[in-house]
Write a protein that binds this ligand. Structure first.
Ligand SMILES: [Zn+2]
Length: 257
């Protein structure tokens, strides 16, 4: 416990001092520059695609996020690419996939990534009655929590949520805010749900990242084209001087694992 508190206090007084740690086997790695604490009390909704505010990132700082996994064929490749570059990202899990592939969800956690929630089965929640939409959110969180921590609970360890298809509603946003769950939108995406080659996706996302300069990047770890282009994307970010920031919850629970 003392060690845990020490970690917290150091993190609290030196949020910008955390130079990227050495990356085993890859001295030129992109790395993870720092963490940013995201708290529903101050930023309940982030991402300019949907909301008026985003994370307070500096010049050329990016938060990488991956939706819709875990999915063995592609999430494994995504995790390997992130590990090679010592980059820590945020994954938004689909509960039924987490229930089916719990070892892969736990690998995300074990490799230091942030793991948030993305419903049980990915419906557009604004097309459901409120109670059914909330049940989708809760069931997804319960499945994720059980896969990750062995506890079936609807209050999430990491209170980060993303709406499938960004299909939120005012009532659901209010309910999530009451539960202190941060809703993640995005500032830039690769449109990786559309048919294109990995090279086309790489060119598109780099062009869009250059345009926004900094922000939350949305990708899908279920997409083969994204898994294929990710190593080159991370290399290009390094070459172009971008820095990776990991979003972490305010309560520090992640540090216990
Ligand atoms: Zn999704």
């Amino acid at each position: 416990m003392i060690r845990f508190l020490a970690v917290l206090s150091v993190a609290a007084i030196m949020p910008l001092a955390a130079a990227a740690e050495p990356c085993p086997g890859n001295p030129d790695a992109l790395g993870t520059e720092r963490t940013i604490t995201v708290d529903a009390a101050t930023t309940p909704r982030v991402g300019h695609k949907e909301f008026p505010v985003s994370l307070p990132l500096n010049d050329k700082e990016l938060v990488l996020t991956f939706d819709d996994g875990p999915w063995p064929a592609t999430t494994t490749r995504i995790l390997n690419a992130l590990k090679h570059e010592c980059v820590r990202a945020t994954f938004f899990l689909i509960g039924r996939s987490a229930a089916e592939f719990p070892a892969l969800a736990r690998r995300e956690l074990a490799e230091g990534h942030t793991v948030g929630h993305h419903t049980h089965s990915h419906p557009l929640l604004n097309s459901l009655p409120l109670a059914a939409a909330e049940a989708q959110i809760d069931r997804g969180i319960e499945e994720d929590e059980f896969a990750l921590y062995g506890l079936r609970r609807s209050q999430p360890t990491t209170p980060f949520f993303r709406f499938p298809g960004f299909a939120s509603s005012p009532a659901l946003l209010e309910r999530l805010a009451q539960r202190n769950i941060v809703v993640f939108g995005a500032d830039v995406w690769a449109s990786d749900w559309l048919p294109m080659t990995p090279d086309q996706e790489l060119a598109l996302i780099l062009r869009r990242v250059e345009k926004v300069n900094h922000g939350i990047v949305l990708l899908h770890d279920t997409k083969a084209r994204t898994a294929a282009m990710l190593p080159a994307f991370l290399r290009a970010l390094k070459t172009r001087g971008y820095r990776i920031v990991q979003a972490v919850p305010a309560n520090g629970i992640r540090l216990l694992h």
